[in-house]
Design a protein. Structure first.
Length: 208
């Protein structure tokens, strides 16, 4: 299962990044650009004396520099880039909003599932307790007898088969209770992961 908090954080960061890029491209349409360049070169006559081809000797060391200014009066390229960045920013914003809604829906579903599993686990625990009490009652009756006699209409005396059935029922209810508790724990972990508290819980356990 993907962590909705991580997906949401990633979508938000992407939206902020796209928005800043769009803002920069929009400002780039109206602000002039100033550039500066410099070049240094050193001439050598080791392989050939190329300076003899010129009327004046070429200096050994040469340095050139310059700067340029671009004023965006009518620049279709910058305008198209700004519109493209604005569209990307809008798309990223919509995706972030969708991720937020998806996170809220997933957390709501996990919360509802947790409540349902909590109820089922409580019911399974109660059934286990009832089965345990019934087993105790069967064992007591087998040891002491029903105390109702053997005449017509009296309750039949319990047999070892009744004990085995009671033990099987108690074992089944215990297994059901353990399974319900396991599913409840899984739902709790999924909710912790969705809320972004999983790492805090693990650190708390490791510190004990």
């Amino acid at each position: 299962m993907k962590n909705p908090r991580l997906c949401l954080g990633s979508a938000r960061a992407n939206a902020i990044s796209k928005e800043k890029v769009a803002r920069g491209d929009l400002m780039n349409r109206f602000f002039p650009q100033v550039s500066f360049n410099a070049l240094y070169s050193r001439s050598t006559t080791i392989l050939n004396d190329f300076s003899s081809y010129y009327r004046l000797p070429i200096p050994t060391d040469n340095f050139t520099s310059g700067f340029g200014v671009q004023i965006p009066i009518f620049d279709l390229g910058r305008g198209a880039k700004a519109r493209e960045s604005a569209a990307d920013a809008l798309r990223a914003k919509v995706e972030a909003e969708q991720a937020e809604r998806q996170s809220e829906i997933q957390i709501a579903e996990l919360t509802g599932s947790l409540r349902e599993l909590d109820t089922l686990a409580e019911i399974a625990s109660l059934k286990q307790q009832i089965a345990g009490e019934q087993l105790k009652s069967v064992l007591a009756q087998l040891e002491l007898g029903n105390g109702t006699g053997s005449g017509p209409g009296s309750t039949p005396q319990l047999t070892p088969k009744d004990e085995q059935l009671a033990r099987i029922e108690a074992s089944n209810k215990l297994e059901d209770s353990l399974d319900a508790g396991f599913e409840l724990d899984k739902a709790r972990l999924n909710l912790l992961r969705a809320l972004g508290h999983m790492e805090d819980w693990l650190h708390e356990l490791s510190g004990k």
